[in-house]
Each structure stands twice: as structure tokens, then as C-alpha cells.
Design a protein around this ligand. Structure first.
Ligand code: ZN
Length: 681
């Protein structure tokens, strides 16, 4: 990712506030568009994503472009001092194109999709790429020097696959580049199993979900092909507007694409966050913790640099089974949490509710009544004023001393691998559970790939790293020898990058580093809860009482490691369950069982405390309060949010002020869902 822009929008040193706006839905109602411009001023809005699904409005028939309406929109945005995050329209192709060029439509199971919904283009079809390049070139030529142009928003939420003949040809070519020869492909895919051996490339023509290496390669190909499509989309923009950064909107842990791969094509990361606030049967703290993980994952995709919350709802959504409006205060708390995790602003889907079709009831800043005197609009406007006072946050980095590893290859290998347990595998939830002990202490965490540079971290947690890429084991060992602490869990080091099991015992190439072997694993049913209990060595390191375990119990053999806890139940009572090995200047911990949240907290939180990892605030945070820091030294800002559902108080002591008002703060009283930003006095 090129590091070309300190401010995400060059020459615009403000946190962004705004969102998706679709004036192309209102071209017959100019008074509505005029009202929008006025309401944007009232709401403190300075950035609008425009044109996301506007291809049919921009090119109503092949080769005839209609830019007058967009000229007027951008001219007015510039006049009002606002920036456009101008979209390329490839997320939704016009109907004339689907009819005239059927190959632009995706195909599955030999059937071409009809022209419907959106995000349904074949990313390989040369004619689609040519049409996208043509309209993107026309947009870039027309608006290259327009003062409103702040950034490019490529397409929208890339996703899905296509299995048309063109895509199969491209997949076979990709396989030839990756594996070199058919003999190597047969070896990599372990095709001797069930007699799947291929004798000609043309025989590779259908996905077989029982061939895990094939489905892994297919998913990698889909990511590479989407990245290649992005590069083609971006080419005219990069050529004609090299000064304008470009992004596309990601979707957190969306399983369909390897975002670490796609990130290489972008100038900055942005993503669409729709947390389940006020969930039935849950609490907001869980939602906040999960959202913090997702923000850290998205920031990690961009190498830790600031990113943008491209979509969020100011109230509710309309595409979940149940979605309640954000309660008073939650909008501010959720938004400042995002900024605390590194977002360069807060943008919404959507600015105004449309009148018809799928998203007419999706939350928006401006409702169908067009009024600015209701609660949602007022909370948005208040946040706009707050963001306007936080210019010091622009470009300020999040500096993390800890990392949690998360990889799409691992997620795919776990999800698709047929194993002893094929339910409740929960890779994402497990990664979140091991991120949470750090998050709740206000310790910054980067969520990064196995391939990331780990030298900057002091603690690395690798939950369920079932698949290990080549060289990762060696790099983890170097990290530990140099003084780092590594924590791994059950299901680590079982398969290589071709999804073939490591020989010689699990955790494969990490066996010597951890000094353990996991020859057997129990996978009890849900209602069976086992327990593990700390040894004297475990107690000395902060483990206490007994911990319930569920779903996965690896029966460890401690070959060269201290045993910190053993199972207390069943036929494997006394068998090692948690171990530690001191290696060089560092430590390698292995948690063999899926414990409860307290076990993760005692292990990861205990290590963080021993290492003295830097916290946003140098005091214990009350339960339900989250804190994140941006910037360093005297410029450091601390974002504090109360997700507890009840008031909380923090005794800050001297040296702090409210970053918005400048008032000194020795004690911080937070009402329910209150959020504040602190600066050094
Ligand atoms: Zn295709």
C-alpha cells in the first residue's frame, strides 16, 4: 500500500463526517436535493460518497454519458466546502449492458444469472473490464481537477464469485502459474485420494468441496482475480488523478475475499461497520468488544495506518432479522470508538432514505419527513460538531505493542476442513475472545496476518492457527527468541498452505518451539463441560480456581515445557492442558483447550500485565468502559466510551483535560453510553 497521504484526503486536514448520498434517485425532485445541501450544513457534514450505483444515470445508453447532474452536485459540494468521495459505478451495471453482453453476468452451476440486484458482474469478462475502464476514464477526465474530488470509492463491497467459462479459463491459468505443472498440482491437491488425479488441465473444470486444497486455491484465485479487477478499475484513475487516493469499502471478517490481498491495491482502508447494538439476550459490551476487534483487523489490513469508517448507520438497519435503533448516546459512543481505533472520520449509510426498493427503511440521517428536529439528526449533528473539534486526531497513529493473528486462509481451512468437530468451530469468535483481554484493558492491538512483520510487537496471540504458511514457524520462533511472548491455542499447526497435514505430530513445525505434542483431541458435545485446573506453576503465573472447557480438548504431551494446567475430568484427568516454554529471551504458551473467557483473560491479560504493555490510561478501567489512544507523547488523545449500560466513574488524577472543551478533568463521570476524548493538560 503506497504511503503517499498523511491526511487521507490531501489538503483537507479534518476528520470526515458524512456518508452515502444518492442524488441520482432524486433528479426529478430538485427541491429535495436543495434541502439536502442545507441539511448537510446543519449536520456538520463535510464528505459525501456519491455515484456508488449511478451507472444507469451516468451512461443511460451505451457510450452516451450524462454528467450534467453530477457536475451540479460536485460544484455545489465544492462551493459549500465539502469533499466528494467519488465512486466508480461498477457495483451495479446498467440493464442495457446485461442484455447486450450476456457474459458480464455471473454464472453458477452452468446457469447465467439474470439481470438483478447488484454486485453481480463477472470480474473476468473482458467486455465488462473495458466498459468499467471507459466510464472510469470518463469520470477521471471530467473531474480530475474538480475541487470537490477528495478520494475515489472503487465500486462497492466487492464480493462473491463467478464460475463462467472465462473464469474457469482464468483459474486454470492461475493454477499453472502457481503450481507450474500438472504433476505439482496433483501433489499439492493430494489427488491420489479417491482417485482424483488429473491427466489434463481441461479436467480441472468443477469445484469439489471434498478436495480442501482445491477449494482453498479457488478462494485464493477469487481474491487474486478481484484484486486484478480492482487494479484494472483503478488504472485510469491512477493515470489521470495520481494525487487522489483510492479505496473500496471492506466488510470486516467477510469470508469471501482475502482482504490482506485486496489491501495491496488500495491507498487506504475503509470499511462498513454495522454492529448489533442492544442485542436480544446480549449486552453492548460484547458488541463493543467485537467491533473493536473488527476495527483493529481493518486497520491491520492497511499496515496500521489510519482508515475510514465508510458506512455506519445513525440508527438501525433493515437487513437483519431484528435491528433496534441506537439508544440515546450510543451513536456518539460507537462513532468515537471507531475514531479511537484509528478511523479518520464517521460516514453513514445513508444520508437520506430513498423512497423505494430494498433500502427505503434503512436508517439514515435524513428520514422521509426531511426534518432536522428529530433525535437521530440531532445526535448526528452533535457528533459533527465534536469531530470538528478533534482536528488533532487527524493522521494520529494507533501504536500497538500486541498483535492477534487472523488469516482468511486459516478461516477457510477451518470452515471447510472436515474434522472431528464440524460445528461450533468458531474461529472468528475465538480470535475475538483472545483480543478482548487486551481491548478491555485499553491496550492497543493490531489484528494482522501471519505474514505481517512481528518485530514491533512484544506479545503475539495466534488463536487456532490451523494452517501455517511457509516460513511462519521460523518467524514465530525468531520472534520468541528475541524476547517476544507467543500464545497459541488448540488446532494450531495441523496443515500446510496446501491443507495437507504436517507429519511428525501436531502442532507441526511449531512442536519444538512449544515443546508439546498433541496426539489426541476430545470434542465433547455441547452439554458436556470439562474442567481444567492450574498446577503450582500455573498458579504462580496467575491462573486460579478451575476453568470450564468446551468443544475442543487437546490431550497434550509436554515434551519440553512447563505444565501450567491439567484436565480435571474424564479418562484424561491429569493430562496437560496449558503449557509454557521459555525460549531464548521469550516465552511460548500453548492453550490446548477451549476455555472460558476467564481463562483467556487470565493468560493473555496476565502476560500483558507482566510485560507492562502500554495502556490508553494508566489505571484499571471499570467494567464496561473502553479506552483507546491515538498519537504519541503530549499529542496523545484518549477516547473513552461507556458501554456498561450504567454510569461509571474514572479517577483520572491530574494532567488531563477534555479535548473538546479544554476543561481540566481529574475525575471522569460517564453517563450510560457517554463518551469523551481526553488530552494532556
Ligand atoms: Zn466469470
Amino acid at each position: 500500500m503506497p504511503a503517499r497521504h498523511r491526511n487521507i484526503v490531501p489538503g483537507f486536514p479534518h476528520l470526515l463526517h458524512g456518508g452515502d448520498w444518492n442524488p441520482d434517485q432524486w433528479l426529478d425532485r430538485p427541491e429535495v436535493i436543495e434541502q439536502d445541501h442545507q441539511l448537510m450544513s446543519e449536520a456538520g457534514v463535510n464528505a459525501l460518497s456519491v455515484g456508488i450505483f449511478a451507472w444507469a444515470a451516468l451512461e443511460p445508453e451505451e457510450g452516451r454519458y450524462e454528467f450534467a447532474w453530477l457536475d451540479a452536485i460536485l460544484d455545489r459540494l465544492a462551493k459549500d466546502g465539502r469533499k466528494a468521495i467519488l465512486a466508480t459505478p461498477s457495483g451495479s451495471k446498467p440493464a442495457w449492458m446485461s442484455l447486450k453482453y450476456p457474459e458480464v453476468r455471473r454464472m453458477h452451476n452452468g446457469v447465467r444469472e439474470p439481470h438483478h440486484t447488484r454486485h453481480n458482474h463477472c470480474y473476468t469478462a473482458p467486455v465488462y473490464r473495458a466498459k468499467v475502464a471507459a466510464i472510469n476514464r470518463a469520470l477521471a477526465e471530467r473531474y480530475a481537477r474538480h475541487p470537490a474530488l477528495g478520494a475515489w470509492h472503487l465500486s462497492n463491497e466487492y464480493g462473491g464469485d463467478c464460475q463462467c467459462p472465462l473464469c474457469w479459463d482464468a483459474f486454470r491459468a492461475w493454477l499453472q502459474r502457481r503450481h507450474g505443472s500438472l504433476a505439482e498440482l496433483n501433489r499439492a491437491w493430494y489427488t491420489a485420494f479417491w482417485g482424483h488425479t488429473f491427466s489434463a488441465w481441461a479436467e480441472v473444470n468443477a469445484l469439489d468441496r471434498t478436495m480442501h486444497a482445491m477449494t482453498l486455491d479457488w478462494r485464493r484465485f477469487v481474491s487474486d482475480q478481484t484484486a486484478d479487477f480492482i487494479r484494472a478499475e483503478a488504472a485510469p484513475l491512477r493515470r489521470l488523478t495520481p494525487q487522489i487516493p483510492l479505496t473500496t469499502n471492506f466488510m470486516g471478517t467477510y469470508p469471501g475475499l482475502d482482504y490482506h490481498r485486496l489491501a495491496q491495491e488500495l491507498d487506504f482502508i475503509s470499511w462498513d461497520a454495522y454492529p448489533d447494538w442492544h442485542p436480544a439476550g446480549g449486552d453492548d459490551l460484547d458488541t463493543a468488544a467485537h467491533t473493536g476487534f473488527n476495527h483493529d483487523l481493518m486497520r491491520g489490513c492497511g499496515g496500521g495506518k489510519p482508515w475510514v469508517l465508510m458506512e455506519s448507520t445513525p440508527s438501525s438497519v433493515n437487513w437483519k432479522k431484528l435491528s433496534r435503533p441506537k439508544q440515546p448516546g450510543m451513536h456518539r459512543a460507537a462513532s468515537l470508538q471507531a475514531v479511537g481505533h484509528g478511523s479518520e472520520g464517521v460516514l453513514y449509510f445513508q444520508w437520506r432514505k430513498g423512497r423505494g426498493c430494498s433500502e427505503k427503511f434503512h436508517g439514515a440521517v435524513v428520514d422521509h419527513d426531511g426534518r432536522s428536529d428529530h433525535r437521530v439528526f440531532r445526535e448526528v449533528a452533535a457528533l459533527g460538531a465534536t469531530l470538528g473539534r478533534l482536528g488533532a486526531a487527524v493522521g494520529a497513529p494507533v501504536v500497538a505493542q500486541a498483535a492477534v493473528l487472523y488469516d482468511w486462509d486459516v478461516a477457510w481451512a477451518i470452515d471447510e476442513g472436515q474434522m472431528q468437530r464440524n460445528c461450533d468451530k468458531d474461529y472468528i469468535a475465538t480470535a475475538m475472545d483472545h483480543h478482548r483481554p487486551l481491548w478491555r484493558r485499553g491496550i492497543a492491538v493490531d489484528v494482522v496476518s501471519q505474514r505481517a512483520d512481528l518485530a514491533r510487537y512484544r506479545l503475539v496471540v495466534a488463536p487456532m492457527a490451523l494452517l501455517l504458511h511457509p516460513g511462519v514457524a521460523e518467524r514465530l520462533e525468531s520472534f520468541v527468541r528475541a524476547g517476544g511472548v507467543l500464545v497459541a491455542t488448540y488446532l494450531t499447526g495441523q496443515v500446510d498452505h496446501n491443507d495437507q497435514c504436517f507429519l511428525g505430530g501436531f502442532p507441526g513445525p511449531l512442536r519444538a518451539l512449544f515443546g508439546v505434542r498433541a496426539p489426541e483431541m476430545d470434542t465433547p458435545p455441547d452439554h458436556v463441560v470439562q474442567t481444567l485446573a492450574p498446577t503450582a506453576a500455573g498458579t504462580a503465573l496467575g491462573l486460579s480456581g478451575s476453568y470450564p472447557t468446551r468443544h475442543f480438548d487437546e490431550l497434550l504431551v509436554a515434551e519440553d515445557a512447563e505444565v501450567l494446567a491439567t484436565y480435571a475430568h474424564e479418562w484424561y484427568a491429569g493430562t496437560p492442558a496449558v503449557t509454557r516454554r521459555t525460549v531464548g529471551a521469550g516465552e511460548a504458551w500453548y492453550i490446548g483447550a477451549r476455555g472460558d473467557r476467564r481463562l483467556a483473560d487470565d493468560v493473555v491479560g496476565g502476560i500483558a500485565a507482566r510485560l507492562g504493555l502500554e495502556r490508553a490510561l494508566d489505571l484499571p478501567l471499570p467494567e464496561g468502559v473502553a479506552a483507546q489512544a491515538r498519537g504519541t507523547g503530549a499529542d496523545r488523545l484518549v477516547f473513552v466510551e461507556n458501554f456498561a449500560g450504567a454510569p461509571r466513574t474514572l479517577a483520572l488524577g491530574p494532567g488531563w483535560r477534555d479535548a473538546e472543551s479544554g476543561a481540566p478533568l481529574a475525575e471522569l463521570a460517564l453517563a450510560r453510553y457517554d463518551a469523551r476524548v481526553l488530552a494532556r493538560a
